[in-house]
Design a protein around this ligand. Structure first.
Ligand SMILES: Nc1ncnc2c1ncn2[C@@H]1O[C@H](COP(=O)(O)OP(=O)(O)OP(=O)(O)O)[C@@H](O)[C@H]1O
Ligand SMILES: [Mg+2]
Length: 220
């Protein structure tokens, strides 16, 4: 369970302060699929980054499975981020010098899983996402949809409880976008993951159990 109460976040930029989040109050149950919608600049990515412990907040309270995240040290925050959350981004964020297999396996390295176990963990995921035949391809040799399916496999390799997806279909045409959202929905249900997905597309959002709107840094 993720519980945010009155979360605030202000950025100090070169052009002054921006109040990205004014009052984000939100509760996400385990296994729930929630979509976040709202205009550009309303605070969606900021919220997702705070939920995923990628960024700090300035006010309010954020509890993960009952534990307050306020007093976490940098190292504890990094461990929590790695073990609890999987991330999928609009622009895929694959490493260009690694093939599909090694991109997906990368998080296992940080978890110090022995190399000889990689295949048993990675291959079933590649098969599930329909990209097992592409395991030796480099990211530059893949379509957008194939790159995003690789990124989804990577986000799942550590078996995180929560998947965070920031406009995962934003760089895909509608057909590839739908394939990706259908895969994400199927995996989320079958593996009982919590999924929080940011999108501008109401058709994509309609796959979710619940749609939450953000306006001017507030969760409506
Ligand atoms: N690092 C930063 N420094 C200063 N201001 C920032 C920074 N990141 C975001 N902002 C500002 O905070 C506000 C919220 O940004 P955020 O990226 O959360 O919006 P968003 O809802 O994800 O928008 P989009 O739909 O365009 O991705 C915006 O006004 C943005 O300009
Ligand atoms: Mg954004």
């Amino acid at each position: 369970m993720l519980e945010l109460k009155h979360i605030q976040k202000t950025y100090q930029g070169s052009a002054g302060k921006t109040e990205a989040l004014r009052d984000a109050t939100l509760r996400v149950k385990d296994g729930e699929f929630m979509a976040i919608m709202g205009k550009s600049g309303c605070g969606k990515s900021t919220l997702l980054n705070i939920i995923g412990c990628m960024d700090r907040y300035d006010g309010g309270e954020y509890r993960i499975d009952g534990s307050d995240t306020k007093d976490l040290k940098r190292k504890e925050q990094a461990v929590l981020r790695r073990e609890k959350f999987g991330f999928v981004f609009q622009s895929f964020h694959l490493l260009p010098e690694y093939d599909v297999f090694h991109n997906v396996a990368l998080p296992l390295k940080y978890k110090k899983i022995p190399k000889k176990k990689y295949r048993d963990i990675v291959l079933p995921l590649l098969e599930e996402l329909g990209i097992a035949h592409l395991e030796k391809r480099m990211p530059g040799e893949l379509s957008g949809g194939e790159q995003q399916r690789t990124a989804i496999a990577r986000s799942l390799v550590n078996d995180p409880g929560v998947l965070l997806a920031d406009e995962p279909t934003g760089n895909l045409d509608s057909e590839n976008g739908e394939t990706v959202i259908e895969l994400l929905t199927t995996l989320q249900k079958r593996l009982c993951k919590t999924l929080i997905l940011v999108t501008h597309d109401i058709k994509i959002a309609s796959y979710a159990d619940r749609i939450v709107e953000i306006r001017d840094g507030r969760v409506l």
